[in-house]
Write a protein that binds this ligand. Sequence first.
Ligand SMILES: [Zn+2]
Length: 200
Amino acid sequence: MGVYPSILFDLIRMLSRLPGLGEKSATRIVMQLLRMPREEVRALAALIHRVRSEIRACSRCYHFTDAEVCDLCRDPSRDTGVLCVVESTADLLAIEQSGAFKGRYHVLQGVLAPLNAMGPENIRIRELMKRLDEEVVQEVIIATNPSGEGEATAHYLSRLLKDRPLRISRIAYGVPMGSDLKYIDRVTIERALKGRQPFG
Ligand SMILES: [Zn+2]
């Protein structure tokens, strides 16, 4: 006999597997769900389900979209000649919110992490090379995070790109080593982009 009915416990356990949620916060969320009007909970559950089934990766940049190609890739006002390579959509959003970048993105969906068996074939590097073959790009800004893995990924990319007729730059980090773009304020991100340095 548990303290909670088992389905309640199952929900708490599933929620607590989500990033940033321990068992305590998961329990608080479930208690709140039980207080909410049923209709609202139904709408929330339906929305989670819709997001999971309708949102997918943009076929060009791998940012999230509900269409074949995302709004950023389709936006004719953006500079197609500059490609900013980021680890994740969260990092893309952080740069977007800084307003300092008006080119296009490429989301790697990960970083090289040999210890976790993440090699070049596990992230969107092949897709990046294909884009560079097909699109007219003058500059690639490598905006992976200033962590060990982000640096290793940046160096790998710079070696891979060095024979192409491209300007390769790495964003300047006034950002402390080991930190993460998505937690950095927009002024720092803007400064990091403006102060980017030739790389490789
Ligand atoms: Zn896109």
